[in-house]
Design a protein around this ligand. Structure first.
Ligand code: PLP
Length: 458
């Protein structure tokens, strides 16, 4: 007999409670830090017969997920996960994400999702206010920083074309430290990137930007946008936003600030001032799934003036003519149509805990990073490569090669003690930690230095 997908029977009732119970347990119990990738053949074999014509029931699907699949996924929200940019979603925002799924909200236009969109816009307004954007600013939650960068840059190109007409090749000015997604966006858009050198701290400065734009390559290249970064991924550096805004204003260039990781610190008391000039940007992106305690996938894209974004991205077609364009339709502000109301978990977290909790949690990571940097400087055998501006710290265990870092990193990941992966700074191998979880303590990080100091390759 075919199982019914839409009727509520006793079996459905049982597995539904089991699923919710599992979600609660997943949040309540400490993560197993040894979880991580298993070989593909092993996983494929374990679930080889999972999809069958008659189905195996929800309890069996949950068992496979819990016992086979989840142990093969890294716990990204563990406080000792210091690699890449981790995540630390709050309990309320994660639980509410389940509700968003259960609610089947179409978040694309006001007519279908007004209640959800009103709340999302309130969360966007909080971010716009922190950035000092005007009351007329607005935007949309998209899937990630990559999607935010692409949608903002496509809008910037349309604005340039409106002003200057079409030209063969167009160009984005950006540094090498810009996130890979900006180069990926340029590829999708078939535009070029004018490389701008960074200063010794890895920052884009107004002087370097002017020089690049005035160079022969710069003059020949029809630059339409500058991408500045509010917290580079590799080093946590904040570009010289105010000076960059001067250059963009002088030359009528769109200024986009990629703050996927770092602009969370707009809510910080200790770091807010470091973003001086953000209020003059044309657009910015920040990922609540990185450092604003929301679950994947959630990135806020905010435009100073949303009107050009709407004329760039709004999709039209016979069946869409009924959409009231006088309302706020989130579909119109990025490259997408159907969308999950993915800003709702952030909103729920903000309402539940209040903005002060966000300030304190972000400040905690920044302070802990500062303390760790001091500890590195004070320890013989280690070198701090950069004073941290946010919560990324780059350092070396003196004399270690890239292979030694890798060997140590992989061993510790397997054992489940730390997740710290090597990177490079100015071409040299080094270690990098990125803090977002308020439970990552200075004491634990002192243990990391002890471990490195006493580590001998077995
Ligand atoms: C500065 C920056 N921009 C963009 C991205 C891409 O974001 P996402 O992975 O959400 O697409 C990242 C990811 O780490 C980032 O750090």
């Amino acid at each position: 007999m075919t199982r019914s997908m839409h009727n509520w029977d006793d079996e459905t009732d049982l597995f539904s409670h089991s699923v919710i119970g599992y979600a609660i347990e997943r949040l309540r119990t400490p993560k197993d830090k040894r979880w991580g990738a298993h070989p593909a053949e092993e996983l494929h074999a374990a679930i080889e017969h999972a999809i069958t014509p008659n189905g195996s029931g929800g309890l069996e699907a949950l068992r496979l997920f819990r016992d086979v699949l989840m142990p093969a996924c890294r716990p990204m929200d563990d406080a000792m996960n210091l690699a890449y940019v981790p995540t630390a979603p709050s309990i309320a925002s994660t639980m509410f994400d389940l509700v968003v799924s259960a609610s089947s909200i179409f978040g694309g236009n006001w007519e279908a999702g007004a209640g959800a969109i009103a709340a999302e816009n309130q969360a966007l307004r909080w971010l716009a206010d922190l950035a000092g954007f005007p009351a007329s600013a607005g935007g949309v939650f998209v899937s990630g920083g990559s999607a935010a960068n692409l949608s903002a840059l496509v809008t910037a190109r349309e604005v340039y074309r409106e002003r200057h007409g079409r030209s063969d090749r167009l160009t984005i000015a950006a540094t090498d430290e810009v996130h890979a997604s900006v180069r990926a966006a340029a590829k999708v858009m078939d535009v070029d990137v004018l490389p701008v050198p960074t200063d010794e701290r890895g920052r884009l400065t107004a002087t370097a930007l002017r020089t690049a734009l005035d160079s022969d390559a710069g003059k020949a290249s029809h630059v339409f946008a500058v991408v500045a970064t509010g917290g580079t991924t590799n080093a946590g550096a904040i570009d010289e936003l105010d000076g960059i805004a001067d250059v963009c204003a002088e030359r009528e260039l769109w200024m986009h600030v990629d703050g996927a990781y770092g602009l969370a610190a707009l809510c910080s008391e200790v770091a807010r001032e470091r973003f001086h000039g953000i209020e003059r940007a044309d657009s910015f992106g920040v990922d609540p799934h990185k450092w604003l305690f929301a679950p994947y996938d959630c990135a806020a894209l905010v435009y100073r003036d949303p009107a050009p974004a709407a004329s760039t991205h709004a999709q039209h077609g016979a069946y869409l003519d009924a959409v009231n364009r006088g309302e706020w339709n989130p579909s119109d502000y990025a490259y997408h149509l159907s969308r999950r109301a993915r800003g709702l978990p952030l909103w729920f977290g903000l309402v539940t805990y209040g903005t002060r909790a966000y300030t304190e949690a972000v400040d905690k990571a920044i302070t802990t990073a500062r303390e760790f940097a001091d500890a590195v400087e004070a320890r013989p055998g280690f070198t701090l490569l950069l004073q941290p501006e946010l919560s990324v710290v780059l350092f070396t265990a003196n004399g270690w090669t890239r292979d030694q870092y890798l060997e140590w990193s992989q061993r510790r990941a397997r054992e489940g003690s730390w997740l710290v992966v090597p990177t490079t700074w100015r071409g040299e191998p080094c270690l990098r930690i990125c803090l977002v979880h308020p439970h990552t303590t200075g004491e634990a990080l002192a243990g990391l230095l002890d471990d490195l100091a006493s580590y001998r390759k077995p």
